[in-house]
Design a protein around this ligand. Sequence first.
Ligand code: DAH
Length: 342
Amino acid sequence: MEIQLNKLKEKILSDLEKVTDSSAWRDLEIKYLGRKGELTKILRSVADLGEAEKKNIGKLANNIKTEIVAKFAAVKNIILEKSVNQSFIDATLPGQEIDRGHLHPITQVQNELEDLFTSMGFMVIGGPELESDYYNFEALNIPKYHPARDMQDTFYIDQKNKAGEYDLVMRCHTSPVQIRAMQKYGAPLRCIAPGRAFRSEATDACHDHTFYQLEGLMIDKDISIANLIAIIKELLNGIFKKEIEIRIRPGYFPFVEPGIELDIKCTICNGKKCPACKNSGWLELLPAGLVHPNVLKAGGIDSKKYSGFAFGLGLTRLAMMKYGINDIRLFNSGDLRFLEQF
Ligand code: DAH
């Protein structure tokens, strides 16, 4: 039996030498140490030996078992270490970058303008996009049936009020916020109101049904066109980061008197005439004027004591000029190939 035990021990050790993976290791464990394993069987048969033999053989058998179990454990460790090394993860490698979103180009320009105007003491305010006929037109000195209503193709909402009139519109400009601001804050007042406006346009590269404007309003004692020009020059230098030449022409808007159109020298050809400025050398940027007394009155402000200027900056247009974008429809397209460039 002693010989048998030693032979088995040699066999087990030499088998273990050849094991390289954990499933082969497990097979061997079952074969020799399992419940019906070869070594287990011999150990069990020690019980049937005579007293003297039991003592000697039992001791030897136990020693062999201890040695074999330790060897099994050692081999398992080697196998485990090897497999960990094979699936090694290098934690120092740079990870996969997660795409981040960013602000829309119009929001970026809007934020820049808000910073500029707040630095000059203007408040930033908002107003509803779904407006009443009163705020969108009437309070701005555009009575019902006045031909000036045709200047904008307005979206009317198909819903009558108690008096049986269609009195809701998608605001066609940000000017109604002027009235709301005057009613809420009174004079003196400095505010800007950036936001969306809507028109029933046949869309093309220069027209869209949804676009951004930035309304400006300043009311105080003795406000004149000179104040307006000073503020606008400050704004243009801030946006274009260089001295911009301007030109002023008369313009008609019912809510201002006098009304002006302010053009800037074409930023693309620098006044040398190109397709972007329709070969005129100038770009129409900003309609403005001194607030009409009727509008001050609608806002609850005494036109004998106060005067003011207002302007309606085309924010979408300004973003097009700043970045050289030639199709307005790209802004609302949601096309990432366009948006990712900003
Ligand atoms: N609301 C006008 C429009 O969208 C633009 C405008 C003109 C606004 C003159 C003004 C202004 O505040 O004074 O056509």
